[in-house]
Design a protein around this ligand. Structure first.
Ligand SMILES: Cc1ncc(COP(=O)(O)O)c(C=O)c1O
Length: 436
């Protein structure tokens, strides 16, 4: 432990550790938080929650979770293969299948486990069956900025949930440049061998850059490789993209059938931690045979199934979105308003979705910027300084009002003025950065 202790001490001395806040309650976007280090309490306006549709406090969603506890208890206390599923699991799978236009859906505890299960199932066929010879290698192409759960799953894809299986054919992984379709086409051409099974995987909305994968171009390029598989991680796309929140296919005015028509197998991973007021993930597919393999992967069989209140909250949330798509439109309208106000005030907001990264000049430490916002102005945004290039990460949600967004902007302008004065003089004429 000596190395760990020395390392963490240095980490603290360098100011690299995240500030820790403890939530004591929430009403709309007002959150009562305690700073763990000092015990100081304050009420802040949050722009860092992933509860993008504001459903965690929706009475119907909360009631569904409570009713499920009364019917089933708080946990299923086992995995579904050994102890069966609850009816809510089946209902949730059916609801997602309809929402995503893909008929076969399997649930998981989270995105990391879902994608590991997919690698086990797709690359290694999950369990050896006597007499079946699996000989074909897998080639995986992955966007270089994909989320950590994808990176982890594909890095471990050569094994089966951490175990080496000598009998299983090789899995080869290549990264392509971020959203660069020429590079994807080039790498497919360079690395695909005649007998390969090809899988291309991408965030639909990139969680740190807030931009959208070029899905139609991906389909076009992959159509040269019949039976190739296209995995879209819709963690930030579900409930946020498309007129009714169905995700990236709806955003581009197509459905997974478009991919199928081009000979591509579309898979979608939905997660419930953002739009669906819950936790957990699902993989949806047009292929019925994939589901039993996902069901016996170690990340299904070796762990608990989704607890009843988690399942019920996700199920009711999707029903709310389907009944009431105007919450999606509110989110999109708030996103447009927030982005336009940032641009108006010369902030470098990148991407195009409700995940709004704001790049700051190199000299400005995003952690200090965000800390000033919270301590001096009671506005909460996420500073990013170690999992991606330094930035502020702001998330718009459906509950924000224009007045709240205006308040955020005015605070950002004020903090920028105070920090840039100290850090950037005379490189920037701060007098031109007027407060709003
Ligand atoms: C693109 C992407 N995929 C997966 C995840 C993980 O989702 P979850 O925490 O719901 O399992 C995230 C979470 O931030 C994400 O942004």
């Amino acid at each position: 432990m000596q190395v760990v202790q020395e390392y963490v001490q240095r980490w603290y001395e360098s100011g690299l550790e995240p500030d820790e806040y403890i939530c004591h309650g929430r009403s709309g976007n007002l959150v009562d938080i305690e700073e763990a280090a000092t015990g100081e309490r304050r009420q802040v306006l949050t722009f860092c929650t992933n509860d993008v549709l504001g459903l965690v406090q929706n009475p119907a969603v909360q009631q569904a979770a409570i009713a499920s506890i009364q019917q089933y208890g708080t946990s299923n206390s086992s995995c579904s293969v050994l102890s069966g599923r609850i009816d809510l699991h089946r209902q949730l799978e059916n609801e997602i299948s309809e929402f995503k236009h893909l008929p076969h859906t399997q649930l998981f505890l989270n995105a990391w486990m879902a994608l590991q299960a997919l690698m086990d199932a797709f690359c290694h066929l999950a369990i050896p069956v006597p007499g079946f010879q699996h000989t074909r290698e897998t080639l995986i192409l992955s966007d270089v900025l994909n989320h950590g759960c994808i990176v982890s799953a594909i890095t471990n894809a050569g094994t089966r949930s951490g175990k080496l299986f000598g009998y299983s054919p090789r899995v080869r992984v290549r990264a392509y440049r971020h959203c660069d379709m020429d590079d994807l086409a080039r790498k497919l051409k360079r690395y695909a061998r005649p007998d390969d099974r090809i899988l291309v995987v991408s965030d639909a909305v990139f969680s740190m850059d807030g931009d959208i994968a070029p899905l139609p171009d991906m389909i076009e390029i992959m159509s040269a490789y019949p039976d190739s598989v296209l995995v879209m991680d819709e963690a930030h796309a579900s409930g946020a993209l498309g007129a009714t929140g169905r995700g990236i296919y709806e955003h581009f005015g197509i459905t997974p059938q478009t991919a199928l028509d081009k000979g591509i197998v579309p898979l979608i991973m939905t997660t419930f931690s953002k739009f669906a007021a819950s936790a957990g993930a699902a993989i949806s597919s047009p292929v019925p045979e994939l589901k039993p393999l996902l069901n016996v992967s170690p990340t299904s069989i070796g762990t608990i199934s989704l607890p009843p209140p988690i399942t019920a909250a996700a199920l009711e949330s999707i029903r709310q979105v389907r009944q009431n798509p105007n919450i999606v439109q509110r989110l999109q309208e708030n996103t447009r308003y927030l982005r336009s106000r940032l641009i108006e005030h010369d902030f470098e907001a990148i991407g195009e979705t409700n995940v709004v990264p704001v790049l700051l000049p190199q000299e400005i430490n995003p952690k200090v910027f965000a800390r000033k916002m919270i301590v001096e102005h009671n506005i909460w945004v996420s500073p990013i300084w170690f999992i991606a290039k330094p930035r502020l990460r702001i998330t718009a949600n459906a509950l924000h009002t224009h007045e709240e967004i205006d308040r955020l902007i005015s605070v950002m302008v004020e903090v920028r003025k105070s920090m840039y004065k100290a850090a950037l003089k005379p490189a920037l004429d701060v007098s031109s950065l007027e407060a709003v």
